[in-house]
Each structure stands twice: as C-alpha cells, then as structure tokens.
Ligand binder design. Structure first.
Ligand SMILES: [Zn+2]
Length: 386
C-alpha cells in the first residue's frame, strides 16, 4: 500500500502555520507572525495523511513550545490534551500517528474559538440569569457580542465587568471565563446564589474576535494591539464600543473589572496565576486584598498564591510596557465607583506545578467567581458598618 501524502494546513478557525518544507518524516515550519512585530508563539495546524507514521515537526524560528510540549486534538479542535515534555526535542516535537490518526490538530496551547463559545452560550440560554447582547461588528464584518449574567431581574447592588482575548492568542483565559460564568449562572453554592441576587456581570468573551478566528498572534499587533487600545482614540471597533458601553451600563455601580490574559510561554512569572500590579497605591491595595481572598477561597486544582502578585515596577510590569497605549484594566480604574480594576494572568500550561488544561482552567474560573462574591460582600458589610 502506498503511503498517503502528508498534508499540513491551517485553513480552519484559529489556524496559523507557515510550512517551509516536508522532507520524508521531518517537517520544517514556523509560526505566522502576520502583523505582530516581535517574535510570538501562537501556532495551530492540522495534519492529515500521516496515519501509521512518526513525524517530527521542527520549528525554525523563535521558541514555539511550552513546558508541557504541544497540545493535540483528535476531534477537530473541540478537546485538547498536552503531549508532554517527553515529546519535545529543543524547538521540535515528534508524534507517532496511529492508523486512526487521520485528522489531528496541534497547537502550543488549547485553542478556544467562537465555536467553543457558541456551544457554551447555547447551553445557558434556557436560564433567566444569562443573556447575549450585540457589541459591534469587526472590520471584517464579524458580530462581536457580550454576555450579561447574574442578577438580571432587578437593579443589582453591584456590577462586574470581565474581558477576555484582548490578545487573541491567549486562549487559556477563555476556559477560566467559561468556568466563572457557569458558576455564576447556575451553581447551587450560596456564593453563586448571592451573586445572582446582587451582582450583574458583563463579559466580553472575544475583544479581538477577528484575531481569534483568523488565528493571529494579536499580541504586539501593529500599529496597536487591542490590549493597548484604551488611550486616545481607539482604532479597533470592539474596544471603542466597550469604552462607550461600560460607563453607561455601570451607572456608577461598577465595582470590579478584570481583564483575563495569559503570560509568556514559560519561566518566572509565566508559570503561576497572578494579578498584574497597578501603579496607583490604592488600586494596588485593592488587588492585594482580592489576591488574599482568592487564595483563601479557592478549591480548584490550580493553586493561586497571593505571593505571586507582580507589583508595578517589577519584571515586565513597568511603564515601558504601556508606551504603546493603555490597557483595559488601567482604563477601567478611572471609571466612577470602581474598587478593583486588574489584569489577571493565567498561564498556558503550568501553574505552580499544576497542569493547566481545559478542565482545570474552568475550575479556576469558579474559584475566581467565588472570590468576587466574597470581595463584594465585604464591601457591602463595610458600607453598613457604623
Ligand atoms: Zn495579554
């Protein structure tokens, strides 16, 4: 029997790869940077015609693999598993395709596309605590939406805003957002019930929907990425729309705004969950306080430690990081009534030694929601104390 021809492509939502050459069972390739003007590591490709063969994929440019190697999907990108560090050789990995492995996808992370969100949102439509609203259309004509959830039946005591995928490649954050939303909307826990009665959430699942679906890096996008588009006049439709929507929706009741991100691939500050320290001391105190609550209430497999807080002025978190514009969290901290405005980093693969994956990241989202409930309840008690 003649072997099938090896086919590698990225012609699907989230796909990203440049194949240089295929020589026998060795493939040379690299991530497609597109309009990102620095090295970045997002890639996601499909392999067909490799059944029964062992193939090595060699990345020829910048680092493309994290601490648990690549992830593989055997169901067209719906679910993903890490291959593990044993599959990695320097900036390459090998995979032994079984006879059944006729259509596999690989990525440096576990891509979360609009189809994942659609499936998740559809599962919540029957509840009275979740609704979708249109935000805007992207330059490519895609409809961007946001979800409102929690207390929708009457005017809430507080409002909370959550944003995700300002950097479109940072997909692990999306699973945390799912976990948070599911807990708020339908969990039997007393904290979740309290949120449904007192707090309305506004969640933007894809701040850069075009980038998510087209498989862009997004980070460092030229001339300005979505995560820096909250200064001056916004150049992206979704950020402009959110800047108009949030103050109006808040009506002075916005207390918490969290922008979910993922850090770099590996190493210090990239293998732990943490809040990105604000420059303003009052805002930083609120972040420290919330970090302590989150550490105390968590029950999931990803351990959040308040000690991993990254103060302003440390590592990458300096003014140099914001020369290209202002991020969502820093902008949100200027809104009337806000207590906590922060970016939260969720690592791609490893959180203090625990495996980050689709399931554990969702469980962290539940912990995050529980911490928000405690944080807001404390605020409420403070207001009622003499
Ligand atoms: Zn980011």
């Amino acid at each position: 029997m003649t072997k099938q021809q090896l086919q590698i492509d990225c012609n699907f939502p989230g796909g990203n790869i440049v194949v240089e050459d295929i020589a026998g069972a060795t493939v040379h390739l690299h991530q497609d940077l597109r309009d990102t003007r620095q090295d970045w590591f997002y890639w996601c490709f499909r392999v067909r015609g490799a059944a029964g063969r062992t193939v090595q994929f060699v990345f020829t440019k910048s680092r493309a693999l994290g601490v648990r190697g690549p992830a593989v999907s055997r169901d067209q990108g719906s679910t993903w598993q890490w291959l593990g560090a044993a599959a990695v050789q320097d900036n390459a990995f090998s995979y032994a395709f079984t006879e059944q492995d006729e259509d596999l996808r690989f990525s440096f992370g576990m891509p979360y596309q609009a189809s994942h969100w659609r499936c998740f949102a559809d599962s919540l439509q029957a509840t009275p605590h979740f609704a979708l609203q249109p935000l805007c259309a992207t330059t490519k004509g895609r409809a961007v939406e946001y979800a409102v959830l929690g207390c929708l039946q009457h005017v809430p005591a507080y409002r909370v805003a959550l944003a995700c995928r300002h950097h479109c490649c940072e997909m692990m954050a999306s699973y945390a957002l799912e976990g948070l939303i599911a807990w708020v909307v339908q969990d039997a826990d007393a904290g979740a019930a309290w949120l449904r009665d007192n707090v309305q959430f506004l969640c933007v699942p894809f701040a850069d929907l075009d980038g998510v679906e087209d498989g862009d890096q997004g980070k460092g996008r030229h001339p300005r990425d979505h995560g820096r588009d909250y200064a001056g006049v916004s150049i992206h439709a979704a950020t402009a729309a959110l800047r108009a929507l949030l103050p109006a929706w808040s009506a002075g009741r916005l207390r918490v705004a969290i922008d979910l991100h993922c850090p770099w691939l590996a190493g210090e500050h990239n293998e732990a969950l943490y809040l990105v320290g604000a420059e303003d001391p009052r805002a930083a105190r609120a972040q420290r306080h919330f970090s302590a609550i989150l550490e105390a209430v968590q029950t999931g497999p990803l351990h959040f430690s308040a000690a991993d807080y990254l103060p302003f002025g440390c590592a990458w978190n300096t003014n140099t990081n914001t020369t290209g514009g202002q991020g969502f969290a820093r902008w949100a901290r200027t809104l009337p009534g806000i207590d906590l405005g922060t970016a939260l980093e969720i690592p791609y693969a490893n959180a203090r030694g625990a495996e980050v994956n689709q399931i554990s990241a969702r469980q962290f989202g539940r912990d995050l929601a529980a911490a928000i409930a405690v944080y807001l309840k404390e605020t409420k008690e403070d207001q009622h104390s003499p």
